[in-house]
Design a protein around this ligand. Structure first.
Ligand SMILES: NC(=O)c1ccc[n+]([C@@H]2O[C@H](COP(=O)([O-])OP(=O)(O)OC[C@H]3O[C@@H](n4cnc5c(N)ncnc54)[C@H](O)[C@@H]3O)[C@@H](O)[C@H]2O)c1
Length: 320
């Protein structure tokens, strides 16, 4: 998609309403503002304005590194505590409130009574499918999940997950919107608990915890193993392409011939893992003795720098 068509897409959404401005909502707010959208934040926290302004200040370096304008970013930022007033006439809503299904169902039912039929309604939910969220809506056609990875102003992926009643045109609109923001939207072909990326994290993190609980490695050693092997490999190529290469000249055919039965057997015989109090304490103690002593802001800045370096390096390769 060209820069011109990106701005055409964004012109359809001169105003975005961000519902809930915690970890995820504040980050979307920063990104939307950097793309020139007017942003109306709806969040009942009495200290919400300070929190969002501080978050935006903290994200400027990363937004700049992404090549986005950051001058006077908050001039188009407004706060509106009344939900109906905030969303009235809005072309787009990105919801980031508490991860409780009753909250989301009531919220969307109220919103759908106020917004126009063309408004694009997006939920950042990590696990609540649009079908369930839309239960009490008179018009669920424009609601779908747009699930980002934290922080959304930096991480490219957005999982776009339509509900049973979502209009395919709304899916196209959501994909176009996220593409115009520089994201990598991927549409899921069916709703599934945990969507895709978090299911992967969950499965891999299970094994990470198991190896630390069993005393095979410490949390630091496990992190080193991941960043120097699978993390690097999968940032470059993803698991399927990587294992195709793992099969050598014979590709997947050869890979499965050599490792398929072993994998199948290992999957059927996975040791149970208990993340009980003692296991949690062991992991926390090791983290406390290492990286957890570093201030969170510093860890976040280092994380952003490293992830930006990878994103830029891969982008440079693609444009060669
Ligand atoms: N934290 C993550 O890594 C992450 C990643 C992707 C998606 N998500 C999803 O994003 C959503 C928000 O998660 P978070 O981590 O930002 O939570 P959070 O607790 O940091 O933020 C939630 C915000 O919602 C506000 N809120 C509470 N009641 C409200 C109401 N009635 N109206 C409007 N706002 C209200 C709170 O004041 C708070 O600021 C959840 O659905 C979560 O599943 C989280």
């Amino acid at each position: 998609m060209t820069a011109a068509s990106n701005s055409d897409v964004l012109q359809r959404y001169p105003k975005a309403v961000v519902i809930g401005a915690g970890v995820i909502g504040a980050s979307w707010t920063a990104l939307f503002l950097a793309h020139g959208l007017e942003v109306v934040v709806n969040d009942p926290r009495p200290d919400v304005e300070g929190i969002v302004h501080d978050y935006i200040k903290g994200s400027l370096r990363t937004l700049e590194a992404l090549g986005l304008p950051t001058d006077n970013l908050t001039r188009k930022l407004r706060f509106e505590a009344n939900l109906e007033t905030a969303v009235e006439g809005a072309p787009l809503v990105q919801e980031n409130g508490p991860e409780r299904i009753e909250f989301k169902q009531e919220l969307w039912a109220r919103i759908s009574r106020v917004v126009g039929a063309d408004a694009l309604l997006l939920s950042s939910s990590s696990a609540k499918p649009a079908t369930e969220q839309a239960r009490d809506m008179a018009h669920p056609e424009r609601l779908l999940v747009g699930h980002p990875f934290n922080p959304p102003h930096l991480i490219p992926l957005v999982e776009v997950v339509p509900g049973e009643k979502t209009d395919p045109a709304a899916v196209d609109d959501a994909v176009a919107f996220y593409l115009a923001l520089g994201k990598v939207p991927r549409v899921l072909r069916k709703e599934m608990n945990g969507f895709v990326a978090n299911r992967l994290q969950r499965a891999i993190f299970r094994e990470c915890c198991y190896l630390v609980i069993e005393g095979v490695v410490t949390v630091d050693e496990l992190d080193d193993v991941v960043t120097s092997s699978v993390g690097l490999r999968w940032a470059a190529d993803g698991p399927f392409r990587s294992f195709h290469l793992g099969g050598g000249a014979g590709g997947f055919e050869a890979f499965f011939k050599q490792f398929g039965a072993g994998l199948d057997n290992a999957w059927k015989n996975m040791a149970p893992v208990s993340l009980d109090e003692a296991a949690q304490r062991k992991i926390i103690a090791q983290a406390d003795a290492s990286f957890a002593a570093t201030p969170m802001e510093q860890l976040e800045a280092e994380r952003d720098d490293k992830q930006l370096a990878i994103i830029r390096a891969l982008k440079a390769l693609k444009t060669k």
